[in-house]
Every structure is written in C-alpha cells, then in structure tokens.
Design a protein around this ligand. Sequence first.
Ligand code: 5AD
Ligand code: SF4
Ligand code: FES
Length: 384
Amino acid sequence: MGSNPVPATIFSFSVIYNRAYMQIYKILNQGSFSKDDIATLLSIHNDADRNTLYKKAYQIKKQFVGNIAYFRGLIEFSNICAKNCLYCGIRSGNTKLKKYEMTTKEILDAMDFAWKNRYGSVVLQSGEISTPKFVDKVDTILQKIMDTTNGEIGITLSCGEQTKETYKRWFESGARRYLLRIETSNKNLYYKIHPKDEYHCFENRVNALKNLKEIGYQTGSGIMVGLPFQTIDNIADDILFLKNIDIDMVGLGPYIEHSETPLYKEKNSLIPRIERFNLALKTIAILRILMKDINLASATALQAIDPEGREKALLAGANIIMPNITPTKYRDDYLLYEDKPCTGEDAVLCKGCLEARIAKYGEIIGYGEWGDSKHFDKRKNSDK
Ligand code: 5AD
Ligand code: SF4
Ligand code: FES
C-alpha cells in the first residue's frame, strides 16, 4: 500500500459528518421545510453547519429586506404587571421590585430623543394591566406623539393582552404595530411556565393575536428558546405556528433565569446558556428562510449571553434592533431576566455603542425610515 490507511474511527466520523452536511445542504435548497427538516436544522451542533445555515438566511435577508438594521427606540414605561408569569422578573409576585410608571412627560422626552436622532419608530413597552386609567394614559400618549411628530414616527405597542376595543382605540389614536409574544405555542408547556388560572389563558393569547391582525396592526409575536421542559420539537412547532398565523414581525430570544421567579428552581435542568444562544440564532435563521420578508428583531436577551449577540443575530437574518431609551434611573427595575445589558448606559451611549458594533458587522442603519414589515405591506396589498 502506497498511502497510510485512514484510521477507522476518523473515517467513519468523516462519513457521518459529510452525510449530515449533505442533509443540511439539501434541506436548505428546498422550497419549503417539513417539521422534521426544521428539527434537523435546529439540531445542528457544529460551527461549520451553523454557519451554512446563517449564510443562507443572510443571503435571503439581503435579497428580500436588504442589509439594513432598523432602530426601534425601546421605552419601558411601566413595570407594573397584573400577571405572574413564572419566568419573568417583573411578575406581580416579585415584591422585591420597586414599581414605577414613567410620567407622560418622561415618555414624550424619550420619544423626542428617538425622533431627533431619526430612529424610525419607538416601542412603548410595559407590564400588562388593563385598568381604565392605564388604557386612557396610553391613549393620551399616542395622541400626543402623533401631534408632536405629525405622525412621522412609527409607534409600536407592547402592553400585553387587552380587549379588542382597547386595541381598536389605540389603533385609532395612532399605534400601528403591536408585539405580543406567544412565548410557546405548546399549550402544555404554556401552563408549565404560567400559573394555571384565568389570567394566563393560552386561548386568549392566541385570540388576542387574531384580534390585532383583524384590526389592521402589523402584528408581531415570538417565543423564548431554551425554556425548561422545552424540546426541539416544541420549537419546530413554534416556527410553524408563527408561519401559519402569517405573522408580520417576530421577536424571539433565549430564556434567561431570574432568581426571584418560581421557574428558577428548574435552573439545573437548563441547557447551557451558549446553547440557548445558538438555538435562538438558529431559530431566527430558519424563520428568515421560511418567512423571507418579515421584520425579525434581534432580542436584547441575546446580548445578555454574548456581548456581540445582537450583531451576530443580524448576520443570521434579523433586521431590527431595539436600542433602549428608557431613562437609566428606571432600568434596574425592568429586569425581566438576569444580566440584562445596558442597565447603566443611557440612550446616547447605547446609540453610539450600537452604531459602532453594527458598522463593524457591515450592516447599514435605516435612519429616518419607519422600516415597515414588507410582509405586512404585501399582505395588505393582496387583501385589496
Ligand atoms: N428570559 C428571557 N425573556 C424573558 N421575557 C420575560 N422574562 C424573560 C426571561 N426570564 C420576555 C418574554 C416577554 C418579553 C417582554 O420578555 O418573552 O414577552
Ligand atoms: Fe407581565 Fe409580561 Fe412579565 Fe408576564 S412576561 S409577568 S405579562 S411583563
Ligand atoms: Fe447599550 Fe452597548 S448597546 S451600551
């Protein structure tokens, strides 16, 4: 024999590896994915295959929505929440938290920062309460933002489940987008991460998403990945759920434990944080390939695990970044999860920081544009 024989173990490893690569390559070149295909992609465990997936997603992103990252200035205007989700740091049961509600002036000042800095839009986010006082306050703020900016700034709301009438009222006052994560589309898992009572009803949440779409909102939803009890199969179902309800925007991120929540007791059963991070990026990439023209947010929670997490998500298919513009004095009290980044940095610092990081990754920031979901535009035009 002229050449050295390849040791059997290495040989079989490379055969298996090549077979896996061929399978992934084949799936990525199909027109659509079955649930099994999605599960295979979510199960990718090596860097080379992950990068193949991300590259495909990035290529589709460039083709359908461009390599532009749109900024949404995030205003976390109240941490008062009537709900008690088992994973969330601002749940009503967390009595260690100082409750706050920003004044109308503070909210308008934050909005003004976004507008003057040519952020296309703002996201007004809060805990979930439905008192008439809260509903009125949001309504007044919407009207004031519309008046001050002549409707120039896009407004997204993320204030949880509300009645259809409230959603309608806020729409009429100027809100155009609404984010309401389903968190998980699996009913059993939903009740493992939420209390089983009438305030945390899976069907109501799905119904709220339907109502938002009917009213005419660009509707966003999403999930957490790496939850305790969650399987790859669950995430594959989540992806198909988001596709089937024909969502316009997605925001998803890794689950991160918080010591003042009931779910913390499951911390030893979690997959490592870096795996949750990779799983989130793979989910983003698959959604980009499947739903080509949606807006896909790069969640702040990604940066809690990897300092460059949000930029990495842009290269895996995300096209939206939400710089935090909440006044710093409130940031520590909006700790949904531990290690939340930017709690000490104000809006100016976050802007400069993100600009530099995004430029480093070769993306362009879409200043001065609303950056609507192209998927929504297409959906609306086909309704006509
Ligand atoms: N880890 C990650 N994301 C969380 N959220 C709430 N708690 C956590 C956590 N512990 C997310 C939920 C919610 C959004 C506002 O924050 O998905 O919809
Ligand atoms: Fe409230 Fe939302 Fe946190 Fe649930 S996830 S406790 S609804 S803020
Ligand atoms: Fe907030 Fe870097 S993004 S400081």
